[in-house]
Design a protein around this ligand. Structure first.
Ligand SMILES: Nc1nc2c(ncn2[C@@H]2O[C@H](COP(=O)(O)OP(=O)(O)OP(=O)(O)O)[C@@H](O)[C@H]2O)c(=O)[nH]1
Ligand SMILES: [Mg+2]
Length: 646
């Protein structure tokens, strides 16, 4: 990995960094092409007010409040019942408010943050305290008709628990009563629970397992590894205290934003208990920080298909060891990153300051191009959480798992975290297998993530590839989400399937479940660093989601490529570092990528992995290493890890 490679010269590093951030923008655009209907994550540097207003106008558009329908100000809808006693009129205006809420809930995947006190165009309603209370009561009433609850996150000039500190400090001149209200719908069925996946990374001993233990169980750590105990999956992990595998933890929130915990302190609830009582579930993947387990961690990062990445840093150590590698992959995956600095209870203030400066510097570096935002109070927490879909913002928390300091800010943040991710339920079905089980009376079960499409019990599918590159036909006997039986699973959800007529020993993690298979693909790649030039016949290890396979280059769009080049396909195992995006599945040898050159010798593309197929077999897909692996459009590839930054 980068630690072992020769030191890059500054200008080389800058070239790599600039190329990486350009590439992140490129991936963003390509993903937008693949998912044209989904809302893109904001890519601009700041989400200023102007932009927020545009978003709200989008909502207006979807409400069809154009010239034909006279637009009723929200204020009127919210304060309607206060005036006359006309029952019918009252019902009508309540229904209009319900429609507004419904649209917002649809936009935000069954939850929405409502700015009470503002019209859709951002104008203040100039509410008095009495009006604010009436409007809130009306909002609650309307929300209840669609089985949603309201939770007041933050108020200004209203008083009470959620009042912003900035008001007391006299920082705000505005005297209008306003509030941010989270409206969250109770899921109609288990398969509709909002799910957000967060990959937790950071150096060994950063406190990853401990913080997850504290978050899911609700009691504190003792600084000597108490909180992490239940999270370990292997005996040697308990003995060494080091995570070596990919752990999974879930944290649930109810419609009012309260964490679902056991009534008995310190007892961990089962997934089923959490799943049944939650309206929103956060799935954490607890990854290993030790370099020895880097491969496993990379697998965990890619295969869990995270919506967000949480980078944990011990205050007294700073960003050391593998944490830069982890951050690099998170950046390449183009997911929003949040940073949690732990162990502030044992860290001298000057060292903490150094660590915070180091983190800021790396986040702002050209490779990362993030805006660090320090979260010190509820107000900052809520304002940042509601804007976090912007890839550029990187919140930084400072916590102690031992004293519990600032952990409530992390909880509040996680509760508000907008659902993020692009999934296309209308595309062809694709499922990545992350784990396999043999369940008594059920048979072979595979768990993983539905990348696209929808699957129902009884559907016929293919699972593979096996060691020979073949796919086995099977059908889905039953489907579970968070250990609860469901009739279907759709894009973006994690699920497990019981498969018919397949033995446990014939399935393994890294396999995929699909209705149809391709063996070749065309990708646009970027070479971050490579000592020489790259041509056809090179072989490389390719990581796509949970899939890791050697693959050979069978064609390139130019005679050769080198560091900094963006081309169609490249790389080699070893020092090669690159990133890519799949542009097309299948490859037609009659249409070479570089149309002018005809002298390439196709048969030699097999490299070391060649399995005897004669010349020309390569193009038939027989002779090359990428046997049987399926790729779909516009997936991000990470070749032999990403970059070194900072
Ligand atoms: N004082 C103090 N100790 C902490 C804090 N968080 C974690 N620890 C301790 O730090 C040690 C390491 O914590 P772990 O949770 O195992 O760290 P990890 O990041 O999961 O480490 P790996 O799994 O090996 O990558 C344990 O002894 C914890 O009790 C904290 O906020 N304050
Ligand atoms: Mg751990």
């Amino acid at each position: 990995m980068t630690t072992r490679t020769a030191k890059q010269l500054p200008h080389e590093r800058r070239k790599g960094e600039a190329a990486l951030s350009d590439f992140a923008d490129f991936v963003e655009k390509q993903q937008a092409l693949r998912y044209p209907t989904s809302k893109p994550a904001a890519t601009t540097a700041t989400s200023n007010n102007e932009e927020q207003h545009h978003e709200e106008l989008d909502i207006l558009d979807s409400l069809n409040l154009d010239d034909a329908v006279p637009q009723v100000p929200l204020r009127e809808l919210l304060l309607a019942s206060a005036d006359d006693g006309d029952e019918e009129e009252d019902q009508k205006s309540l229904q209009k408010l319900v429609d507004v809420i419904d649209t917002r809930l649809l936009e935000g995947h069954t939850e929405a943050v409502f700015d009470l006190g503002f019209e859709n165009n951002g104008d203040s309603m100039r509410l008095t305290k009495a009006e604010f209370d009436a409007a809130l009561a009306r909002l609650r009433k309307a929300a209840r008709t669609v089985h949603a609850d309201c939770n007041v996150l933050l108020t200004k000039n209203v008083g009470g628990d959620a009042e912003a500190d900035s008001v007391a400090a006299g920082k705000d001149k505005d005297k209008d009563c306003i509030g941010k209200v989270m409206i969250r719908q109770a899921p109609s069925a288990a398969e509709r629970v909002i799910e957000t996946r967060i990959a937790v990374v950071g150096n060994v001993d950063a406190g990853k397992s401990s913080m997850l233990g504290v978050l899911v169980k609700g009691d504190l750590d003792d600084g000597r590894g108490k909180a992490r105990v239940n999270l370990f999956r292997h005996k040697h992990e308990i003995e060494t205290g080091r995570t070596s595998s990919v752990g999974m933890e879930i944290m649930g929130f109810d419609t009012e934003g309260k964490v679902i915990t056991s009534d008995v302190p310190g007892r961990k609830l089962s997934w089923e208990e959490i799943g049944k009582r939650s309206a929103k579930v956060i799935t954490f993947t607890d990854l290993a920080g030790h370099e020895k387990y880097l491969r496993t961690t990379v697998f965990g990062l890619l295969s869990s298909s995270p919506n967000y990445c949480l980078l944990m840093v011990a205050a007294n150590n700073g960003l050391i060891g593998m944490s830069k590698e982890h951050l690099g992959i998170a950046l390449a995956l183009n997911v929003p990153v949040m940073v949690v600095v732990t162990k502030i209870d044992i860290c001298p203030p000057n060292i903490l300051q150094q660590t915070l400066e180091q983190i800021s510097k790396i986040l702002k570096s050209p490779g990362a191009r993030k805006i660090p935002v320090f979260i010190r109070n509820r107000e900052e927490c809520i304002n940042t959480a509601t804007q976090f879909v912007s890839q550029r913002i990187c919140p930084i928390f400072q916590v102690s798992n031992v004293t519990g300091e600032n952990l409530d800010l992390v909880r509040t943040f996680l509760n508000i975290l907008p659902h993020h991710g692009r999934y296309d339920a209308d595309a062809a079905f694709e499922f990545h297998v992350n784990d396999t089980f043999s369940v008594p009376f059920v048979g072979t079960v595979v768990s993983g993530i539905v990348k696209s499409g929808v699957i129902h019990t009884g559907d016929s599918v293919l699972i593979g590839p096996d060691s020979l590159g073949n796919f086995t036909p099977t059908s889905v006997r039953s489907i579970q989400r968070k250990r609860i039986d469901v009739p279907a699973a759709s894009a973006g959800q994690s699920a497990s399937f019981a498969l018919k007529k397949v033995r446990r020993k014939d399935v393994r993690k890294g396999m995929v479940v699909l209705p149809k298979v391709h063996r070749e693909f065309v990708a646009e790649v970027l070479i971050l660093s490579h000592a020489t030039t790259i041509k056809t016949k090179y072989q490389a290890m390719l990581h796509v989601g949970p899939v890791s396979q050697t693959c050979a280059i069978i064609d390139v769009d130019r005679p050769f490529i080198r560091t900094g080049d963006r081309a169609t396909v490249a790389f080699r195992f070893g020092r090669t570092k690159g990133l890519g995006i799949v542009k097309a599945v299948g490859y037609d040898p009659r249409r070479p990528l570089m149309p002018t050159t005809g002298e390439q010798e196709p048969g030699q593309g097999q490299g070391q992995g060649g399995r005897g197929g004669g010349r020309g077999d390569v193009y038939a897909g027989v002779g090359w290493g990428l046997k049987g692996v399926i790729f779909t459009f516009f997936q991000v590839l990470v070749f032999q890890l990403a970059l070194s930054i900072g």
